[in-house]
Structure formats: C-alpha cells, structure tokens
Design a protein. Structure first.
Length: 500
C-alpha cells in the first residue's frame, strides 16, 4: 500500500524560486558594485571581464542553489539532517556488527537522532511483527485507504509510518516511527531515508541470522564431535578392558593347565614312589619280628649284630613313614580328579602347604598360627592349595634371614578371612599397585615369572572374594584374603568352559 503525505509543493516551490532569484540578483548586483569599486576601470571595461564574471557566477550558482533549497526544506518541512551522511555513518556500523540487539539499537539511535519522534522508533523482526503489518508494504496513518486492522495496529504501536524490512524480496520485519514533536507530517525525503535505513538494517539482520545459524551449526557439530569422541573413547576403554581380561584369562588358563599337568605329574610320581615305600613299610614289621626271634636263639656275638640290624630296620621304618607322609601331602596338594567344587577345610590346606614348604622356612622362620573356628568353604581344593602355596612362599622369600610369619583365620558376618603377615622387607607403594599384574615380579631373573599373585588374585576373584595387600618398606607385608561362605563365583576351569 502506498503512502501519501500532506504538503504544499506549489507554495514551497514558489518560495524556493523567489529566494533563488532574489539571491542571485542580489549577489550579481553586489559583485558588480564591489568589482567597480575595487578593480580598475580598465579591467571592468575589458571584453573578457563579462565572460570571466559569468563563469564565476556559474561556479557559485550550484552551491548557492543547494544551500537555498536546504533552507527552504528546513522552513517548510522542518528537516534538520543530512540523509546521505546519516546513512553512510550508520551503514558502516551495521555492516560491521553481527549482533541483533546492537543492530536494533543502531537503527533506533539513527532514526531518533535524524527524525526525533514522540512514539519512539520500533524495529520488529520475525514473530514480533503483527499480522496486519506483514504484507511488506509501506503504511502511514495519513493514508485515507488504510485498512481498519492496519490503522488499529499503528495506533496500538504508537507509530505513524511503517516501512518494511525485506531480504531478497522476503519480508523479515518492519521499521516504525512515531509522530514528530512538531506535529508536522513526514516528507517524501523522510520516507526515502527510512526506506534506505530499513534496507541497511535488513541486510545487517540477514548477516546476523546467517552468523547465528553458523554458530549454532558449529556448536552442534562440536557437540556431536564431543559425543562421538566420548563414544569412541568409551569403546576403546571397553576394548582395552576386554583385551586385558582376555590376556589375563589366557595367562590363567595356561597357568591352570600347567598346574593341572604338574598335578598329574606329581600324582604319578607320588604313586610310583608310594609302591616301593609301601613295600618297605609293610616289610619292616615281619623283618623286625624275625630279627628279634633270631637274636633270642643266637650266640651273644651274633645277637649283638642282630640288634644293630634291628636299629637299622627302625631307621628304615622312620624313613618309610616320612616318605609316605610326603607322598600323602603331594597327593593332597595336587588333588588330581577334584576339579569341581566341594566343601574344604582351609586349615588342612594351610598345614599341607606349610609341610611342603618346610625346607624354605625350617630353622630360620617362626610360623605363628592363630586359627579360628572355620566352617568348610566351598571351593576348588587344588586351586585353594595353590593360593596358600603362593602366599606362604612369598612370605618366606620376603624374609632374608630370620623372621616370623603369622597366619590368622576368622569367620564372621558370612565371610572367611585369611591373613598372612610377615616381618620381611616389605613392598614399596609403587610396586604394591602392580603386584597382581601378570608377569610383574621383583625377583631376579630365574626367580619367578610374576604369575603367582596374578593367578592367586584370579582364583580368589573367581570364588567371589577379594584379596588386599598392606605394606610399608622395611615393615613387612600383610595379605588378606576374604572369601564368602556361600560363594557365587566360578572356578577358573569352569570360567573357561562356560559351565557352572
């Protein structure tokens, strides 16, 4: 819809020509008088003087005309601003900003400085534009054909003129200005100024909208990159954990197979040793009886020899008994054929392990037993004996000369606690964090593979328990094994096979 502005073009044009004619005549007369008074007559009477004077008047005419036109516009329209200068200044600032709030503030300040108005300048964008003003046309309160809804909207907003903001022929907002304080109407020059300012504002708002979209897109991309990176890191952690568990299971499986093979070998050796030992043990009693019978009937010198023979038989009997006990402990430790869980007396396993390790602690280490009353614990006997051997063997190795090893067992609150403590060299803090890692060892080359505590940790964990260590360098080490009385864990063999 177009806008009409009440004006008096004929009166204004007449006044303009009247002022221009009078000013030019007065200037011409004044120039002639001045030149006649100042310049010699020979100069003013020269034929070239009128020509030069005419050129001078032509040069001064255009600035004079512009100045007079501005005076007439100010008198009739009360226009006090230079539109081109204002647009050049605000246009540069609008082009340099990408913030909507600053764009709105710059447009309002430019309008308020150039055309002060009582209603204030309003720049409405997007959903803030009333439906009645969304047509993309200029609307003025002086238009006699103004639709009622538009007139009502202009009154509600307190504005007299509304100029659309369009970006690539797409309306994106409106610029509204209130009535002038003088009560005079807006001129066509004012309208052109507002249209040009609205065009600058629309371009600036479009740039700001593009920038905001880019910022939002960039933020979304960064967030998606962070999410994807977090997912990849989580997947990598899971893969690393799975790989570590696989390696640990592989080490435990290999060690379990080695221990099973060792158990079969020990059982075979024990069986083979047991046969001749049994033969010797069963033959000692008849031999002793025959020697006693022969000594009772033999001469004194022969009886003395037979008595010596009987002493030798007694020594043989004690050796056979000792060998039989060792064979029994070996068979008990190997537990061949007992890969399934059963109720086990932990104290029996501890004593068997101590007897098998006797050569490593006898005559230099005092073993202190503090056994509590323990119920049978459901576990794999062979694996549990391996735990005892590893803990007690490490305690013996930690004591260089003479020392002590304390073994404590307790049952309370549904768990069994086994503590093995020594007064050896102790463990450094940085080492204590790694002692359960496979292949980690502080022993010299050939002294160990670093699998004992790793296998021990795996066995205890498979039984649903835990193993902790406390130590200070120079003050010994304490290993604490906690096992549930009703274990929900699985043995290493069953963990590999997948059975319960």
């Amino acid at each position: 819809m177009g806008g009409t502005f009440p004006k008096a073009p004929i009166v204004r044009r007449g006044a303009y020509y009247l002022l221009l004619t009078g000013a030019v005549g007065a200037a011409y007369t004044a120039s002639v008088v001045v030149f006649n008074l100042v310049l010699p007559r020979s100069v003013t009477a020269s034929p070239a003087f009128p020509i030069l004077f005419t050129f001078a008047v032509l040069l001064l005419f255009n600035p004079l005309r512009t100045r007079l036109q501005a005076i007439v516009d100010r008198l009739f329209s009360r226009t006090r601003y230079d539109a081109a200068e204002v647009l050049a200044g605000v246009g540069g600032e609008l082009a340099a900003t990408l913030q909507r709030d600053r764009i709105v503030r710059l447009v309002r300040d430019a309008v308020d400085a150039a055309i002060p108005n009582r209603g204030g300048t309003q720049l409405l964008v997007g959903d803030a534009v009333p439906a009645a003003l969304a047509s993309g046309q200029v609307a003025t309160a002086f238009d006699p054909g103004l639709p009622p809804d538009v007139a009502q909207t202009l009154g509600t907003l307190g504005v007299e003129v509304v100029v659309p903001l369009a970006l690539r022929d797409e309306p994106i907002g409106v610029l509204g200005v209130g009535p002038k304080p003088s009560g005079l109407p807006y001129t066509r020059a004012d309208l052109e100024f507002l249209r040009a300012l609205a065009s600058h504002a629309a371009i600036a708002l479009g740039n700001a909208r593009t920038y905001e979209a880019l910022v939002e897109l960039n933020a979304g991309l960064e967030e998606r990159v962070r999410e994807r990176t977090a997912q990849l890191e989580g997947a990598n952690r899971e893969l690393a954990e799975a790989y570590g568990e696989l390696k640990t299971a592989e080490v435990q499986l290999v060690q379990s197979e080695k221990m099973a093979s060792l158990g079969r070998l020990v059982a075979g050796v024990a069986h083979e040793i047991n046969n001749p030992v049994s033969f010797i043990a069963t033959s000692v009693a008849p031999l002793r009886r025959r020697l006693e019978s022969a000594a009772s009937e033999a001469p004194p010198e022969v009886a003395k020899l037979l008595a010596e023979a009987e002493e030798i038989v007694t020594v043989m009997a004690r050796g056979a008994e000792r060998t039989a006990a060792i064979v029994k402990d070996l068979r008990t430790f190997s537990r061949l054929g007992e890969a399934n869980r059963k109720l086990v007396d932990l104290h029996e396993g501890l004593e068997v392990s101590l007897r098998l390790l006797e050569s490593r602690w006898r005559d230099r280490i005092a073993v202190h037993r503090d056994y509590g009353t323990l119920p049978p614990v459901e576990c794999d006997p062979g694996q549990m004996n391996q735990v005892f051997m590893n803990l007690l063997g490490n305690a013996c190795d930690a004591i260089a000369d003479d020392g002590n090893v304390w073994i404590t067992t307790r049952a309370e609150n549904g768990v069994v606690t086994l503590v093995v403590r020594d007064d050896g060299a102790g463990i450094a803090p940085d080492v204590a964090r790694r002692i359960f890692d496979p292949f980690f060892t502080t022993k010299d080359v050939g002294g160990g593979m670093g699998l004992g505590l790793a296998i021990t940790h795996g066995i205890v964990t498979a039984l649903g328990g835990r193993i902790d260590v406390e130590s200070e360098p120079g003050r010994g080490a304490t290993f604490r094994v906690v096992l549930p009385l009703a274990s929900d864990g699985i043995s290493l063999d069953r963990a590999v096979s997948g059975s319960r």
